[in-house]
Design a protein around this ligand. Structure first.
Ligand code: ATP
Ligand code: MG
Length: 471
């Protein structure tokens, strides 16, 4: 089995990690730089306007000496780690904090044009080749008597500003690393708690495909996986017993067909080769007839049972009918055999007519099979009672005999196909062991119940329910 699911998750994780880092190093980096840049520009601009409106203006008003202004600017520039210049409107440098030797010099910034700032109060450039590297430059006009006479400029190396953004970026990288480590731990836990159980379930499922139902999954968690594992275990168990049942069924059917066929074949051969003399043939032909009838019965019972699939619903022709009448008619069909065995059938029926809602033909078969058993397993000169009682919208039908009874340990098995108790075998060679299986299927198809009470050597009573027809 390929470990594709695990690989998918692992590669998904790696792609997620790579994309995360790529995103941070591009988008986050760019965004942070912009943020830091505008933030620094805003701070410097505040300082710049402060210098322009307080100090430079005093100089232009004549209340401050150039040397004093220069001194102030030097302090500010040192404190702010910047370079501060005062220039006139044509770009001539009046004071440069970095150059204390020449205040009010003749140096002119070549090509200076204040409109190069556009609508912004700052720009990032080498500032007319003043610097060899990019600087952030902010400006503020000096306006004595509402006339622009010059500008205060503050320059700061852009590398210094970005250095701050790199510090922030490092924090982001660290957080990201932490998130990925956490995701890895989660992936590991996922593999432990989900992936491994799934692998176990799949490998056991493979064993089931190969027909080995002995393997168990053994996951007993209270979650969906535990539920799935339990369902799998249950399914394997069911399939296993189903297979066993099927094997047993086939061997039973084969056995039940083979024994009559073997005896039929044996007798016919013996008749044909003269081993059985002509005058004895009648007896053996009767045995052959008996066995053929048994095969016939076996076939029709199997066909009948086949109609009740293990899960498929049998079609029932439900109608209202008089159960007392059906019982009387069925008892009549057994008259011959009853008088042969000196068995009497006593009917204790509730009312003249008792209407129930069910499939008449199938219920008649139930009564037939139960009465047939009662007669078969009764001693001669005994009595059988068939009784109907009505209670709470239900009709209880009981078929009771005082025959050989059923041993306690066989009571549960009598409903199984082909099951016959050891005591009954001697009494009834013709029986297939399918009669009660059919009875059970019919009653279950009606959503009704059937029960048996029996004591070995004393007698047996079968009771089943039916729905009383509502008026
Ligand atoms: P078939 O019904 O096909 O003729 P059968 O009667 O042997 O065969 P079931 O009707 O399924 O088969 O009954 C199963 C077994 O249950 C019987 O073989 C018998 O051992 C036992 N049994 C059923 N009814 C009675 C009864 N009234 N008294 C004693 N044993 C019974
Ligand atoms: Mg029977």
């Amino acid at each position: 089995m390929k470990r594709t699911l695990y690989l998918k998750f692992l590669s998904g994780y790696l792609v997620f990690a790579l994309l995360g880092f790529a995103l941070v190093s591009t988008v986050t980096n760019h965004g942070l730089r912009n943020q830091v840049e505008t933030l620094e520009a805003r701070t410097l601009y505040t300082e710049c306007t402060e210098i322009a409106s307080r100090y430079a203006l005093n100089y232009y008003n004549g209340s401050m000496e150039l040397a004093d202004l220069h001194g102030h600017l030097e302090t500010f520039s040192h404190y702010m780690n910047t370079r501060i210049e005062v220039i006139d409107i044509s770009g001539r440098i009046i004071i440069d904090s970095a150059n204390n030797a020449a205040p009010d010099s003749d140096t002119v910034i070549d090509g200076f044009d204040i409109s190069d700032f556009g609508s912004k109060y700052y720009m990032v450039s080498r500032f007319y080749n003043t610097f060899s590297e990019n600087h952030l430059t902010v400006f503020a006009p000096i306006t004595p008597n509402y006339r622009v006479r010059g500008y205060v400029l503050i320059h700061k190396p852009i590398a210094d500003i970005y250095a701050y953004s790199y510090d922030l970026l490092n924090v982001v990288y660290l957080t990201l690393l932490f998130i990925f480590l956490l995701a890895f731990v989660i992936l590991f836990l996922f593999s432990l708690l989900i992936y491994r159980p799934i692998r176990k379930i799949t490998s056991v499922a493979d064993a089931y495909i190969d027909g080995d139902f002995s393997q168990k999954i053994n996951i007993h968690t209270e979650d969906e996986l535990g539920h799935l594992a339990a369902a799998f275990d249950y399914m394997a168990n069911e399939l296993n017993t189903l297979e066993d049942d099927q094997r047993k069924f086939v061997s039973n059917v084969s056995h039940d067909f083979r024994s009559p066929l073997t005896s039929i074949k044996g007798y016919i051969e013996a008749i044909l080769d003269g081993t059985i003399p002509y005058e004895m043939q009648d007896k053996y032909l009767n045995i052959i007839l008996f066995e053929t009838e048994r095969l016939n019965k076996l076939t029709s019972s199997l066909l009948e049972l086949n109609k009740f699939g293990s899960h498929g619903k049998t079609i029932l022709y439900i109608k209202s009918f008089d159960i007392n009448y059906i019982i009387r008619m069925t008892a009549l069909t057994f008259e011959g055999i009853c008088s042969e065995k000196h068995i009497s059938i006593e009917l204790i029926l509730s009312g003249q007519n008792l209407y129930v809602t069910a499939d008449m033909a199938k219920i008649q078969q139930v009564i037939y099979n139960l009465t047939d058993n009662a007669i078969k397993f009764s001693h001669p000169d005994s009595s059988i009672t068939i009784e109907t009682t009505e209670k709470n919208g239900k009709v209880f039908v009981s078929v009771k005999d005082s025959g050989i009874g059923i041993p306690g340990d066989s009571l549960k098995k009598i409903w199984e196909r082909f099951y016959k108790t050891d005591v009954s075998r001697g009494k009834d060679k013709r029986g297939t062991g399918l009669g009660l299986a059919i009875v059970k299927e019919i009653i279950q198809a009606h959503d009704e119940n059937i029960n048996v009470i029996s004591t070995e050597g004393v007698g047996t009573e079968f009771i089943f329910t039916l729905s009383l027809t509502k008026e």
